[in-house]
Design a protein around this ligand. Sequence first.
Ligand code: ATP
Length: 339
Amino acid sequence: RTRVLTGITTSGTPHLGNYVGAIRPAVAASRGEGVESFYFLADYHALIKVQEPARVQRSTLEIAATWLACGLDPETVWFYRQSDVPEVQELTWLLTCVAGKGLLNRAHAYKAAVDRNREAGEDDDAGITAGLFMYPVLMAADILIFNADKVPVGRDQIQHIEMARDFGQRFNHLYGDPAGKQYFSLPEAVIEENVATLPGLDGRKMSKSYDNTIPLFVPREQLRKLIFSIVTDSSAPGEPKQTEGSALFQLYQAFASREETGAMRRAFADGIGWGDAKQALFERVDVEVAPLREKYEALIADPAKIELILREGAARLRETYAAPLLKQLREAVGLRDLS
Ligand code: ATP
């Protein structure tokens, strides 16, 4: 079976972008034939961005409850919290020791941070942690810990999958047997062409880090309020409106059928008022989210149950994949066998 991995960083409350871009397609894919799905809560990753323990904990609970409410079945998939699998950290170190620093210098997230510093007239590395710099190695460990074949990602993440391939290949080359044993199979990025990147309330990419999100599970009235706060241009009712570059239209498209989207496109051309367009978006989102919201509320009220599911998931993953792999790797590099 093909092994597919999806993670969400526990850096805040899950939002419509996470739902459309990751959760909805991943849950649908997990029901397909021939797929072994891995879902994890990326809490080691969260520490790169968030130094508020309560926020990380709350987010972990919320994201776990969200996956479950959206139909993930922990009996048939691998579902775990990253930090419950300490082998991920150990693998990170083993990969760090084969990772080229020059390659990491070129990682998008790091380069973007350096560019911001330069624009601000600061030293290149001002305020940048080694955690941010090393993030691609941690991500490679997430992927290689069970030899994922396919990793669904947005275009900005392709580079990270290429790095995981690079580190895996170097390890194989250094420690594997050219004719026989290889430790890692090399993962492939799967670009989901049909999955949209949703804009946030301010028109930038919707992201937990930008505080511009529409959380997936807020009470109905609050959902309506947030949707009505989406930034639009100042064209009056009756004036034709551009769909291109309209956050409202992109959000609508992510929730509506092709026919509904076509009708909305015509309504834009015919000068629908922003209030009416927002009401239509609210209704479309709410129809899809309302049944999930009910399940979410029941789940989030029982943190102990979620905790149990996560711990069991991690224990199974460790036993089946992580511990046997690390045993082999420790031996490969010349460390003592712990078992
Ligand atoms: P952070 O700001 O902490 O990075 P985020 O909300 O941008 O968080 P991640 O947790 O890094 O998102 O991403 C989890 C998944 O959700 C990924 O598969 C990512 O592609 C997807 N995703 C995140 N934001 C969006 C968005 N605006 N539109 C579509 N998909 C998104």
